[in-house]
Design a protein around this ligand. Structure first.
Ligand code: ADP
Ligand code: MG
Length: 698
């Protein structure tokens, strides 16, 4: 970076120490460079003047020229407002001011030509513009394409609203020579992809003269942002592979082949076979595996996990399987223990509820190596949990385990253990590239044969009697039913009430002794929750009324109906997760989405998507387009990327292009030593300096 850019912002004309401090506090802008990187979040094309007649076909802001015919004060007290009729040759609209109109009114002269600017709204049959910008038409020099910057109230009060910031940035751009800034993208990469130079992009993102300039600037900056991210991940991955020693798992082992050839009641799906091959390939290399296994609910990930664990065991190592909840840990343990029956492999379960008297011998057996597989919850992370030879860590549902926790598991092994992270939330390819670009990804894109697809239906309140009738029929057939209510943190009490009301309503419609209803929610104590859940798993209760606590991984094959109340309040990936709780047995299953009559366009699209498809990857694509990456990745995780210009829901093609170019560059010059990538190298050194504790095991 050119030296001058480190200059504190206070040195800029018009910015004293006070404003500088405020800029730091409000926008984290300290230096010239920071200010140049405060990009506009949108633009307004002020070069075009529209007409009143065109308003219905125009979206967003509009600029008009014309005359004010009538000026009226309407309403009284707080509702008092100023309303004017504004006309041009094509028609009239209303201009409305609710505030500040005492200042505006004296300056409005009938017969004078004005230029106004604002966002039209439809009031009944009339168009109006609330609080327009207004100036005499004659003065109106052509401002062209106008950038809009984000600001804050405190900054605005000091004149640093969007216009103030615009002026400031313009003066900075005139003052320094942008051409001195190093271009991170080498010349050949730029010309091949038709990217403008950095200096030009930076100038045109702030002061574009026309739309084309702005589009080109943005395209280049979006690419650069994504490209840097991809390169960083490739470097991290390379660094890890070079610097960390892993275990060689070359053998298959007798137990795995016995399981595979004699005990397994079915053949693996092609997708499972492919994934097992990919995993085995990793483990043979002596480099620690860091693999993300994506597969829709019910695609058979547990079996893949078990096979991977048996690979470790066959090579003389222990394996750990971490689950996010106690119920899931129990289920995994039971599934795995039953598959291992009659094989000389010992699996143990460790959760928070394992008593000291049982825990002590368990820990001793783990340490002396007589336990092969340890399955459990966060309890596995405790310092007292010591392995004899830990060679593999499998993590189910990665969202709930943080970086630090994964690092803790890594340190329970002499060398770096192999790591397999499994997730049942399919994410689109471009998101996987962006968030897990330093991991290898395997995908199970096929369900085991013979599954009956879940039939999804969208219904309204008026269908409730039919719904209850249908539930009774299913229960009479021996099936069980889930009813899920939304629970969202902001209005927890309200939601809790709707859950309780729901429970009462259901208990009345499904009375004992014929029917038994369970309820599970987040406010219950874990033991209580587990007990209720257990009653449902055993089939003692017919209906489970719950909040989304049942979302993750729970397996009750006999449950055939999932009713989701206020389904419009759930995100798509969450709906899909919930639906995945049924359709796990031999019976045909149903998912009923109950919503209000009135739905937003987006909610309607979500319901339609659910009705149309069972494919988690397709659903994730729609989700990304509708809601951005926050729903799929968690807001915290997507926020951590701190993207300034790129939008992961819109710039998916650019993600792929950035990945391709970064891979090419990395394969040609993995240490970034050629002179043309010197600026890039310097930038990466800076990035690595600022984020040194990168996650060693994925
Ligand atoms: P998930 O990917 O959601 O964790 P599971 O591992 O729980 O899926 O598998 C769901 C069900 O499918 C289990 O009952 C499992 O025994 C069964 N299953 C797994 N693989 C196969 C297969 N290849 N053929 C038939 N059934 C399978
Ligand atoms: Mg699972």
């Amino acid at each position: 970076m050119a030296e001058a850019l480190h200059t504190p912002i206070a040195y800029l004309k018009g910015i004293g120490p006070e404003k500088a401090a405020l800029l730091k506090k409000e926008l984290n802008v300290e230096t010239y460079w920071d200010l140049l990187n405060h990009f506009p979040f949108r633009y307004i094309d002020r070069s075009k003047i529209s007409t009143c007649r065109c308003i219905p076909e125009t979206e967003g802001y509009i600029q008009l020229e014309g005359f004010i015919d009538t000026i009226q004060e309407l309403g009284a007290g707080r509702a008092k407002r100023l309303q004017c009729r504004f006309s041009d040759d094509t028609g009239s609209i209303q201009l409305i001011w609710f505030q500040g109109w005492r200042w505006i009114k004296p300056n409005l002269l009938p017969g004078k030509k004005y230029r106004i600017f604002g966002r039209p709204k439809l009031n009944g049959a009339f168009w109006s513009i609330p609080h327009p910008e207004i100036s005499p038409a004659t003065e109106g020099t052509d401002v062209g394409f106008q950038p809009i910057y984000s600001s804050t109230e405190k900054l605005s009060a000091k004149g640093l609203h969007t216009r103030g910031l615009e002026k400031l940035i313009r003066s900075l751009i005139e003052k320094i020579d942008l051409n001195l800034l190093p271009d991170l993208l080498p010349e050949d990469l730029r010309s091949k992809n038709n990217f403008v130079r950095f200096a030009e992009a930076l100038k045109n993102i702030h002061v574009p003269t026309n739309e084309q300039d702005h589009v080109q600037a943005k395209r280049r900056l979006v690419f650069e942002e994504l490209f840097l991210l991809q390169l960083e991940m490739l470097l991290r991955k390379g660094l890890r592979k070079r610097s960390e020693q892993g275990y060689f798992f070359t053998k298959t082992g007798k137990n795995l082949s016995d399981l595979y050839h004699q005990k397994l009641p079915f053949d693996l799906t092609d997708a499972q076979k492919r994934v097992v091959r990919e995993i085995h390939q990793d483990m043979k290399t002596g480099e620690p595996m860091n693999r993300l296994l994506q597969g829709d609910v019910g695609s058979g990930k547990t079996l893949v996990a078990l096979i991977t664990m048996l690979l470790a065991q066959g090579n003389g190592f222990q394996a750990a399987l971490l689950a996010p909840t106690e119920i899931l840990a129990n289920q995994h343990f039971e599934t795995i223990a039953s598959l291992l029956k009659d094989l000389p492999v010992r699996a143990a379960l460790l959760t928070g509820s394992v008593k000291r008297s049982a825990r002590t011998p368990l820990l001793a057996d783990l340490k002396n190596g007589s336990i092969d597989f340890l399955i459990g919850t966060h309890a596995l992370l405790e310092d007292e949990v010591k392995f004899s030879q830990l060679g593999l860590v499998v993590i189910d549902e990665q969202h709930r385990f943080g970086v630090a926790q994964r690092a803790k598991m890594r340190h329970k092994s002499d060398l770096s253990p192999h790591v397999l992270v499994m997730t049942a939330t399919p994410i689109p390819r471009t998101l996987a590239m962006t968030f897990y670009g330093d991991l290898d990804v395997s995908i199970i894109d096929e369900l085991p044969p013979g599954r009956k697809p879940i039939q999804t239906i969208h219904r309204f309140e008026s269908h409730r009697p039919q719904l209850y009738q249908f539930m009774r029929e299913q229960i009479a057939l021996g099936r069980q039913v889930y009813i899920v209510y939304p629970l969202i943190a902001e209005s927890e009490t309200l939601d809790f009430k709707s859950l309780e009301d729901g429970y009462h309503q259901i208990s009345e419609a499904f009375p004992i002794p014929q029917f038994h209803v369970s309820m599970v929610h987040g406010k219950m104590r874990p033991e209580e929750k587990d007990r209720e859940m257990q009653r449902f798993i055993e089939g003692t209760t017919h209906i489970m009324v719950a909040t989304t606590v049942i979302e993750v991984g729970v397996n009750v094959p006999n449950a055939s109906v999932m009713v989701i109340e206020s389904a419009q309040r759930f995100g798509l990936s969450q709906l899909h997760q919930l639906r995945g709780r049924v359709g796990r047995g031999a019976e045909k299953s149903y998912c009923v989405l109950m919503t209000d009559y009135e739905l937003s366009k987006e909610s309607k699209k979500r319901m339609d998507t659910m009705v149309e498809t069972n494919d988690g990857f397709k659903i994730a694509e729609v989700d990304l387009k509708l809601r951005g990456p926050g729903d799929l990745m968690g807001t915290q995780q997507s926020g951590a990327l701190n993207l300034k210009v790129a939008d992961l829901s819109k710039d998916q093609e650019m993600v792929i292009q950035a990945r391709e170019e970064a891979t090419l560059l990395y394969s040609e010059d993995p240490r970034l030593t050629s002179p043309k990538v010197l600026p890039l190298r310097n930038r990466m050194i800076e990035v690595f300096k600022n984020k040194p504790q990168w996650d060693k095991i994925g």
